[in-house]
Design a protein around this ligand. Structure first.
Ligand SMILES: [Zn+2]
Length: 504
């Protein structure tokens, strides 16, 4: 026990309880509060921190310099308290070094912006950054042995859902109980049944996944002398993408097959969305893709460590597997790291460039040869500044002879386009640049259409021998109107009797 600040706490009156094994700073403050018999928690917080609510923060306390001063470092230095008595260590693992230092500074001296907000955690949708959790068996043992209980730091780490001693699911405080713990000191044995969230029934496989998550979280939480080993977020995202590539979840152009990843994830981890701290998994079904979309597609900014942990334990076989991939990634530049993601695309671009360069092919022919859509090939060429000439791959081929033959017969362009596998627009352009052929085509079309209308009209007459002329004229589907304007001579010459039909 150190020497307290004599100005505020005369040492002969101060009774500082020892900090118990594994307990959090909040837990110690709550224990101290009970021992002082102060009626109000703010009073205790003021005594310890010189601040009414600095002690009432189960996740990130503030004004630690005052506490360290008043307790004579009996709880450790402010860095030691932050990393060994609060869950900050696991958050720090995923923060940039300058943000770690800024957060430590805020916790040591106080901050006008709440720390979760300055870390960018308020938009995470996960509720409190580190919700209060406890093991029922640990509470029971603590209470039997000491008449009180502790909030154990390991249990407060995001990602830890099981007690490593008793292998049972931790109880998770309800949002209301957690909010109450920020107003008055709470101890786990004093929580009522309604203060804990309902735990789901889980299969052995799910418990194994939770066990893995817990182990990763405990192993990755940083200590104060390890802050330079915080992850480089770009390298983490790159190795996640590379792992997705190994699983066949990356398209040829380097983009994610997101739906596939999501389906596999939901099949293996979907049931975990019933665990109180993992409800965010449910958001995966939304269009945004939930946390998977955030980490695999967008990534910018800092995200809750629990999201990282769930993703990493899904993609990597073990922590060693992940760390080995991560360390390999660190020795490469980002461009080098990401090369395998676009390796296939780069090879295709190289092939197209060769075919249209030395091979003298048009983009169309080169794309055909590689089984690539022409539009995609052109976009690759443009992206890489490769000049190209898009020549039609029909001219000079048997396809062109067949096309001319069809057009000379006045065949329907839609049918021709489908039969020869060419674009309808290409036929239009082809005719526009060949006036003779166009004339011939239009004349044949007219002839074909005329024949079709004549046949149709004669059928209507034959099927309705007594239909009056007025009704025939009004019948839009008889072809009369078209023939009247385009083939009137035939109408009059071929069917003189038509005009003498009875009138209505
Ligand atoms: Zn336990």
């Amino acid at each position: 026990m150190g020497t307290p600040n004599r100005g505020l706490f005369p040492s002969d009156k101060l009774l500082l309880p020892p900090i118990r094994e594994g307990e959090t700073l909040y837990s110690w403050c709550a224990h101290y509060h009970v021992l002082t018999s102060n009626s109000r928690s703010v009073q205790t917080s003021r005594q310890l921190f010189g601040h009414p609510s600095a002690a009432l923060r189960p996740d990130f306390p503030i004004c630690l310099n005052a506490l360290v001063d008043r307790t004579g470092e009996s709880l450790g230095t402010s860095r030691e308290i932050i990393f060994r008595r609060t869950p900050f260590g696991i958050f720090a693992r995923f923060l940039a070094p300058q943000r770690i230092e800024a957060a430590i500074e805020s916790m040591t001296h106080g901050s006008t912006t709440p720390i979760p907000q300055s870390l960018g955690l308020t938009a995470s949708g996960l509720g409190p950054p580190a919700v209060l959790k406890a093991c029922p068996k640990c509470i029971e043992i603590d209470f039997t042995e000491t008449g009180t209980s502790r909030w154990i730091l390991e249990h407060q780490l995001p990602g830890v859902s099981l007690c490593s001693t008793h292998r049972c699911l931790l109880r998770v405080a309800t949002n209301e109980a957690h909010a109450r713990a920020r107003k008055e000191f709470c101890q786990p044995h004093r929580f009522r049944r309604a203060d804990w969230q309902e735990n789901p029934f889980l299969l052995d496989k799910d418990l194994e996944t939770l066990q893995t998550l817990s182990a990763w979280s405990c192993a990755l939480a940083l200590r104060d002398d390890q802050v330079d080993t915080a992850f480089n977020s770009k390298a983490v995202q790159d190795i996640c993408h590379l792992r997705a590539l190994n699983r066949g979840w990356i398209c040829m152009d380097g983009t994610l097959r997101f739906k596939q990843i999501r389906d596999v994830f939901l099949a293996s981890h979907g049931r975990l969305s019933n665990v109180p701290t993992l409800r965010f998994i449910e958001d995966l079904r939304k269009d945004s893709g939930g946390f998977l979309g955030l980490l695999m597609r967008r990534y910018e900014g800092f995200h809750h460590p629990l999201m990282y942990l769930v993703l990493l334990t899904f993609l990597f076989e073990s922590l060693d597997d992940f760390m080995s991939a991560y360390n390999d990634a660190l020795v490469c530049s980002q461009n080098e790291r990401r090369k395998p993601l676009t390796y296939k695309r780069d090879a295709v671009i190289q092939s197209i460039a060769m075919k249209i360069g030395d091979g003298g092919m048009s983009v169309n022919r080169a794309s055909d040869a590689l089984g690539l859509p022409v539009g995609q090939a052109i976009s690759y060429l443009k992206e890489n500044g490769i000049s190209y000439k898009r020549r039609p791959h029909i001219v000079g081929t048997a396809k062109e002879i067949a096309l001319i033959d069809h057009l000379q017969r006045g065949d329907d362009p839609n049918v021709v386009a489908a039969e020869l596998s060419i674009r309808r627009g290409y036929i239009k352009d082809y005719l526009a640049s060949r006036p003779e052929l166009r004339k011939q085509f239009e004349s044949k079309c007219l002839e074909r259409r005329r024949q079709e209308y004549r046949t149709k009209f004669l059928k209507v007459l034959a099927d309705n021998p007594s239909l009056p002329i007025k009704r025939i004229r009004q019948e839009t589907n008889s072809g009369f109107q078209w023939l009247y304007y385009n083939d009137r001579e035939w109408l009059e010459e071929s069917l003189p009797g038509l005009w003498h039909r009875p009138k209505t």
